[in-house]
Structure formats: C-alpha cells, structure tokens
Design a protein around this ligand. Structure first.
Ligand code: PBG
Ligand code: ZN
Length: 325
C-alpha cells in the first residue's frame, strides 16, 4: 500500500508519537569518558588541542572521576602521560606510573565507577611508536610481552578493563595469558580490534605527545580501505579472549560498526576519536552548526549503527543533555 493510504508523517506528528516509535536511544550508562593522567599533584593543565580536556594529576583525576560517576557515566578510560620517555616505554609498566596511581586512588574513592586503561607504548616511547623498534622495524612479539607487563600492573592496581590499543598481532592472547597466570581472571579486556591508521587522531597525539618522530603507523594500524580485514581482526581478538571489541574511529567507520554488530555476538564499542570531537567543536565555535543537537545526533549515529558502548570526550556534556531532556 502506498500514498494516499500510507502517510508516514502520521507517526511524526507530535513529540509523544515520535517517542513512541523511536528505534534507538542513547543511554548515559553506556558512555565511556577518556581521562589523561600525569605524574605530580594539583595539576590540571588544559590540553591545547582538545577543548575541555586536561592533563590531571592522580589527586585531580579522583575529583574528576567523582563528577563523572555523579553524572551517571558508567566508565572512564585512562591514558597516561609519563615523566620520562625512553626507547622501551619503561615507565608504562611502573607500579608508580600516573595510571597505576590513579587507578588505586579512583577505585578507593569511587568503587562503582568502572576503570578501563589504555595499554600501549606510544605515549611512553621516545620515538612515539606503539611498539619496540629493532633494526628500523616494529617488533611484534617483544612488544606483546611488554604490553602484558603493563596490563598486569594495571590489573593489579585495580583496573576493571584492559584496553590494548597497539594493534600488534596476538597481543590479546598474550595479555590474557599473563593476566590469568597471575590469577587476574576477573579483569576484562576491551580490544581496540579494528583500529584504523587514521588522520583523526591528530589532536590526541598532541595531547599525549605520542606522534611518531619518524614514519607512520600504517604497518600496524589498519588500512582505511578495508572492511573484511576488520572482521578478521575482530574474529582473532575474540578467539584470543577479548570480552569487548572496538571499532575506531567511529564516524568515518559507521559501516564497519554495523558489519561488526551483524557478525559478532559480543559487546561492541565505538571510539569517537579526538579529531571527530574537535571537528564538531570547531564547526560549532565557528557558528556553523548547533553544538548540542549535533553532539547528540553524532552519538546516536554510533548507537544506530550498532555500538553498545560509546567512548567519547563528549560523555560529560552528553550526560548533562540527556538528563535534562
Ligand atoms: C594510542 C592511542 C591513540 C588513540 C587512542 N589510543 C592514538 C594513536 O593510535 O595514534 C587515539 C584516540 C583519539 O584520537 O581520540 N595507541
Ligand atoms: Zn599506541
């Protein structure tokens, strides 16, 4: 049946009618808010490349975590900034790193807030790559061992979720084995499974000081042209023990999110990355788009594409908008 019998506008007539037939909704409890933690005390330095984001010392990270929990957000994702960088990213696996310290203090202060930790070397290495370099090549297997060490430190400090973002082959399995051998069997893993070599990480790399000093990440992060390969990466991570898988970035990869949702029966996360965040902010700052509806529309698109979990720097703003609606 078609027009004039069928009139789709009937279901768009009033707000109540639109609500009744709405297919997708955003929920504050599925949002994950990334935080950047650094060594020291009483530090809250604005990150120049990312609006409303800060480098926080562990004491201030606790304050922020309390606010995040109060807004109803389910989890935070911690990124660490080291005191000192070296070829092996040594500080990443120190039990006294800013991340380890922050985990302990946040767990103490806000036990119900889930803590995920980004596990990678790039912010900790002097060359800025996500792995160890030998003879000009990123060494896969040596890197996996280091990542397992970092993950174990985070888990022992009390992290709920380990999130490896390096894109080395086999790292999920190596980390799972290391955790289990330390009886850390309850620590979950959210793998950055389909992580693309994207231009949208720019603002983050400024924030973390993690831009590679030479070359790029194309020998480990995925080619933006590929979707079947993303399915293979996700399959491998699930087989190796990933509890949650991720597609990153989100906005330019909505097709990959949908494909992953239709293919796999595990929780799926989408990472709304720094470049996407700042692109929207820049357009709003320029008066070109209306910030708040644009934020909600963007986050809703991830949900509609099939993401269960949304990692976003907009989490606090979105939580406020959603609770006043
Ligand atoms: C580190 C890491 C990156 C991001 C998350 N973890 C940067 C990169 O791979 O270069 C990007 C996050 C963002 O842009 O918001 N491996
Ligand atoms: Zn990295």
């Amino acid at each position: 049946m078609t027009y004039p019998v069928t009139r789709p506008r009937r279901l768009r007539r009033t707000p109540s009618m639109r609500k009744l037939v709405r297919e997708t909704s955003l929920s504050i409890s599925n949002l994950v808010y990334p935080l950047f933690v650094c060594p020291g005390t009483d530090i809250k330095n604005p990150i120049a490349s990312m609006t409303d984001c800060f480098h926080l010392s562990p004491d201030n990270a606790v304050r922020e975590a309390k606010e995040v929990a109060q807004l109803g957000i389910g989890a935070i994702l911690l990124f660490g900034i080291p005191q000192k960088k070296d070829a092996f990213g040594t500080e990443a696996s120190s039990p006294e790193s800013a991340v380890a310290e922050s985990i302990k203090r946040i767990k103490d202060a806000v036990p119900e807030l889930l803590i995920a930790t980004d596990v990678c070397l790039c912010a900790y290495t002097d060359h800025g790559h996500c792995g160890v370099i030998k003879d000009g090549r990123i060494e896969n297997d040596t890197t996996c061992e280091l990542l397992a060490k970092i993950a174990t430190i985070h888990a022992k400090a009390g992290a709920d979720i380990i999130a490896p973002s390096d894109m080395m082959d086999g790292r999920v399995g190596v980390i799972r084995k290391a955790l289990d051998s330390e009886q850390l069997t309850d620590t979950a893993m959210m793998a950055y499974s389909a992580k693309y070599a994207s231009a949208y990480y720019g603002p983050f790399r400024d924030a973390a000081g993690s831009a590679p000093s030479q070359g790029d990440r194309k020998s480990y992060q995925m080619d933006p042209a590929n979707s079947q390969e993303a399915m293979r990466e996700i399959t491998a991570d699930i087989e190796e023990g990933a509890d949650i898988v991720m597609v990153k970035p989100a906005l330019a990869y909505l097709d990959i999110i949908r494909m992953a949702k239709d293919t796999f029966k595990v929780p799926l996360a989408a990472y709304n990355v720094s470049g996407e965040y700042m692109m929207l902010n820049a357009a709003a700052d320029a008066g070109l788009i209306d910030r708040e509806p644009a934020i909600l529309e963007t986050l809703l698109s991830f949900k509609r594409a099939g993401a269960d979990i949304i990692i976003t720097y907009f989490a606090k703003t979105a939580a406020r908008l959603l609770s006043y609606k």
